[in-house]
Design a protein around this ligand. Sequence first.
Ligand SMILES: [Zn+2]
Length: 334
Amino acid sequence: MSATKRRVAASVLLQLALVAWGGGSASAIDDYTLPFYNPAVALSFGVDRDRTVGRQLDWTGQIWNDGVPHPGRVYDQHTGVDYPMALRSDVAVARDGSVIDIEGGFGTSQFGAFGNFVLVGHPDGRRTLYYHLASAADGGILVDPGDTVVAGQPIARSGCSGNCSGAHLHFELLSWSSTANAWTPADPLAERRWTTWPGRVPFLAAYVRESNAGTEVIRVGQTITHWVEFRNTGGRTWRSAGAVGRVALATWNPAAHASLFRAVDWPLSWMATVVDVASVPPDVVARFTFGLRGGPAPGSYRETFNLLSQSVRWFDHARLGGFYIPIVVSNMTE
Ligand SMILES: [Zn+2]
């Protein structure tokens, strides 16, 4: 078979494998995630679900007839959710989608209305709006209209542009109302739209340790066992099976390449293993155990891995710490 034909065959197989392994859809109230990374960020004001001036309905269902702001709950006529955070903090998109519009012309702390913003459309027909962002010169806007974005992807940095009295992110979840003939704000807290609480992006991990952090020496044809541990620093529970939250260790750079070190226990040529235990909640350390086989000719190699959630969503490899295994394949016998 020619090299070209081999590549074509491999890509067809890869697509089949992805279809077979992916699938499933997120449940109704697990479909958005908080739009930032820092778990210490706390809500300052939520949406006022009552449009009558002077009367407020907060995200917990409590009604206030006094018209004054209630920190942690609501202020009158507020259309979004406010999260105070330091200038130039990362802002993450709350769901997969595509960027509809941006504004980056304001200074990081400059008056206006929305100030700098990003508006994103989502497959469920809703939109999310992020405003008071940092200036373009401060790296405030990281996306362009038309860009495809993935839940948890950094899209902007926070600022205090527009009508803003202290650095914070104003986040809106918008639904089209045919009666109002306008996009109208929904309340993601009352609707329990968040994937996580407090704020976490869905799928993040931090490297912890390995069975052998040095070079693995494997004889030709021999299989050794290797394990690596990651802390679940994201907001979703990792699972070893099922359609939602399944997490695997797979080859990287390039993504999903067939590994020369595939052992018989690998589910796929590019997937070493799924997480060892059935369920790994946020902040818990999880182990991934798999075989490495001395498949290729003797020599020095390096195999790089990334984590992958169901529906083929790669983790942020830079944040994950660039996990790779130096491997020497040896033809020495014992
Ligand atoms: Zn606000």
